[in-house]
Design a binder for this molecule. Structure first.
Ligand code: GLY
Length: 289
């Protein structure tokens, strides 16, 4: 098991990465928690045992479940069950679940602790780490949200074996971003070490700029074009697929503008982004001038 932390002073929290990490949920729950509200989706084949009284609250599948209606439903269900500020929410799922349950936890009783048990590669290397929570409006994605740091994050690499190949590649698109941020030899590392290397990189960036006053924006590298393609609607792209295309585009643009040399296009990012990218730009950038 690889144990990391996101260093945020008295809100510092652990991130456990490795096979079977979900079985360590009880030890990362905040002290004194008596009840746990587990939030998940019916399609997620991952059970957790918080080791205290708990109830499972199932939210709708897909991106359309990530809305204010779901937040209201969760908060009302928790209130009827009697969840208090001394208890805890445990979000079990990918980014849709951790973003939505994390935001509901941020606003319920003006804030209850949340632990993320991330079940997707994309969630483990990005969405579950760093405290960005939020839901969509009809007007746009993630337009309502809060910074609400989790009490702990669990990245159980065993559960990644259950992911459909396309969902796994979706995570690789986001992972390729870290090669540009200085994480070396990602594709040579065993999976748990590769996930941990991305988590460590993100933790350092978040610790230096928690609320994205400036530096944290580097975590959005490759996302400008990626988001545009994702929201354009006609490409059927997942987030990591859009990011993969955006990385290829940003690197080639930077090279043509003379901001990076050919050697700055990391070989691991090149192979990872090129394999993830689902469109006809499958090739990593080639020299055209
Ligand atoms: N996903 C980018 C960030 O957490 O800042």
């Amino acid at each position: 098991m690889i144990e990391l932390s996101v260093p945020l002073g008295d809100r510092t929290y652990p991130v456990l990465v490795g096979a079977g990490a979900r079985h360590r949920l009880l030890e990362v729950l905040p002290v004194g928690v008596e009840r746990v509200a587990v939030v998940t989706q019916a399609s997620i084949p991952v059970d957790v045992d918080p080791g205290v009284e708990h109830q499972v609250f199932t939210m709708a599948e897909g991106e359309h479940g990530k809305d204010l209606g779901t937040v209201e439903d969760l908060c009302r269900d928790w209130a009827q069950w009697g969840l208090t500020r001394g208890d805890c929410v445990v979000a079990v799922g990918g980014g849709v679940v951790t973003d939505t349950a994390g935001f509901a936890a941020a606003v319920y009783h003006r804030g209850v602790p949340v632990v993320h048990v991330s079940t997707t590669l994309l969630g483990q290397v990005d969405a579950a780490i760093g405290g960005k929570t939020g839901v969509n409006l009809p007007e746009g994605k993630n337009l309502v949200g809060a910074f609400w740091q989790p009490a702990a994050v669990i990245c159980d690499t065993d559960v990644l074996a259950t992911l459909p190949p396309r969902e796994y590649r979706n995570g690789q698109g986001e992972m390729a971003k870290y090669a540009f941020l200085g994480v070396d030899r990602l594709t040579d590392l065993p999976l748990d070490e590769a996930v941990a290397a991305c988590v460590a990189c993100k933790a350092e960036v978040v610790a230096s700029d928690e609320r994205e006053g400036g530096r944290r924006a580097i975590l959005n590298y490759g996302h400008t074009l990626g988001h545009a393609l994702e929201t354009a609607g006609s490409y059927d792209l997942r987030h990591g697929e859009g990011v993969a295309i955006g990385l290829v585009y940003a690197a080639e643009l930077a090279r043509r503008l003379g901001r990076i040399g050919a050697g700055a296009w990391p070989s691991t990012a090149r192979s990872s982004a090129a394999t993830t990218c689902p469109c006809t730009c499958r090739r990593a950038p080639t020299r055209t001038s």
